[in-house]
Design a protein around this ligand. Structure first.
Ligand code: NAP
Length: 411
């Protein structure tokens, strides 16, 4: 791996810019797609990860390959990526003073993408990683002599319990509360970014993606999108229950399992291909002026996807499972209770009727600077939810409520 230095790149609008950028979360689902595009632009990337530098380098290579990086992009890693081990929970990111400042002075932009993404995870752990972690990244960004611009990855779900209306692209008050501790932690992190930019007179861009998908089948142990994880977990639960598709080679009765999810049968969810999200974010990043202040952008699809379409795709992916949306439910089964408790992503957002302002992305599409996001239809969902090549082993499935395996919510 190389040492960080100066890299000159051409931006989407044809300007040349000096770009040595820092990226947290590069080993994750979104971060790996972002890294591919940064590398292809010629950026030198300081990849800030929580494991030792060899482990980060190995994870990056796997994540990038899984995300579809070609050999020419993978070949850029040794020359363009500097993995650095950091600890988001410690002062100075756990780095020695000299290294801390020297790294900060090297970068012209900081992309903060790392986060703990378990929607219903332990609130203290979420706070530590997402709120305190953002605070540490802001301190580091401020210490840089080149006054790097901050690109902060938030989430559309900072809107919390707001269920109707158009969510504006601006600072959102916390009143109304949050559905999950994840949302709350991401909202607090956004608040820190606003306070930091105002106090330090610095520039930041906040991106609020909705739920991101990929139609590529992930490699084993590589990061996956939320619904792929969910479908895999549901398949695991059914295997534990001994349910197998009629006529399949698996053990089991073949009797389908009917799961009633609490929600509006007309419910919709905003889903966006991760590649389209990254294109949009990089275009928005190129518009950063360098002036103090925070620009907030929703990175969402212009059209919501009916939850019934997603459920139908999950049913095709997980033979033996039948899903329905019901507004009331008597006598929930153990499985339904287990999904309520652990599968927040299944139930939490089904009653939303809100939409998201997306002024600049819509303008860029109108002017054909970017393409319209690809449609999220049945064909796309089937590809996105295709079963993994390796299902997790059954016997060690943790946290099983009532003896069943528990889905691990992510966001
Ligand atoms: N995926 C979505 O649908 C979606 C939607 C809206 C917003 N977002 C936001 O997008 C960002 C990336 O999400 P993702 O889906 O790519 O998540 P992910 O696949 O779970 O990746 C999370 C990344 O953060 C790193 N990380 C987590 N805790 C850390 C810590 N304590 N210290 C250092 N690094 C840490 C992980 O490192 P390891 O590899 O070491 O675990 C990984 O690189 C997050 O900010 C998330 O809130 C995602």
């Amino acid at each position: 791996m190389s040492s960080p230095g100066k890299a000159t790149v051409e931006t989407e609008n044809g300007r040349r810019a000096d770009r040595t950028v820092a990226l947290t979360g590069a080993t994750g689902f979104l971060g790996s797609h972002l890294l591919i595009r940064l590398l292809e632009r010629g950026c030198h990337v300081v990849a800030l990860g929580r494991r030792d530098e060899h482990a980060v380098a190995r994870s990056l290579a796997l994540a990038l390959r899984s995300a579809g990086a070609g050999e020419s992009t993978l070949a850029r890693i040794p020359g363009q990526v500097t993995p650095v081990r950091i600890d988001l929970g410690r002062p100075r990111l756990g780095l020695p003073e000299m290294r801390y400042r020297q790294l900060a002075d090297t970068v012209s932009a900081v992309w903060h993408c790392a986060a703990l993404t378990t929607l219903n995870g332990d609130p203290d752990a979420l706070h530590l990683a997402n709120v305190e972690g953002t605070r540490r990244v802001l301190e580091w960004t401020e210490s840089g002599a080149r006054r790097p611009h901050l690109h902060h990855i938030s989430t559309a779900f900072v809107a919390g319990r707001r269920s109707h209306g158009v969510i504006p692209e601006e600072r959102l008050p916390a009143h109304g509360g949050f559905v999950t501790p994840y949302e709350e932690s991401k909202h607090r992190a956004e608040e820190l970014v606003h306070a930091w930019a105002a106090a330090a007179g610095r520039g930041a861009t906040v991106y609020r993606p909705s739920v991101l998908l990929s139609a590529r089948r992930a490699l084993p142990r590589a990061p996956r999108h939320t619904y792929a994880v969910l479908a895999a977990k549901m398949a695991l639960v059914l295997r534990q229950l001994g349910v197998a598709a009629p006529g399949s080679a698996g053990r089991g009765t073949g009797a389908p399992v009917h799961v009633r999810l609490l929600g509006n049968p007309e419910a919709t969810v905003n889903l966006l291909a991760v590649q389209d999200a990254v294109t949009s974010m990089l275009c928005l990043a190129d518009r950063a002026t360098g002036r103090p202040g925070v620009a907030v952008h929703h990175v969402v699809h212009p059209h919501d996807t009916p939850v019934s379409l997603v459920n139908a795709a999950i049913e095709r992916t997980v033979p033996g499972l039948r899903l329905s949306l019901v507004t009331e439910r008597d006598d929930p089964t153990d499985l339904e209770r287990g999904l309520d408790a652990y599968g927040v992503e299944v139930t939490a957002y089904l009653g939303l009727h809100r939409t998201y302002a997306r002024a600049v992305p819509a303008d860029l599409e109108r002017r054909r600077v970017t393409d319209f996001p690809r449609p999220i239809d049945s064909a796309y969902l089937d590809a996105a939810l295709a079963p993994p090549t390796h299902l997790p082993r059954v016997p060690h499935a943790p946290h099983a409520p009532n003896g069943q395996a528990a889905p691990t919510p992510r966001g």
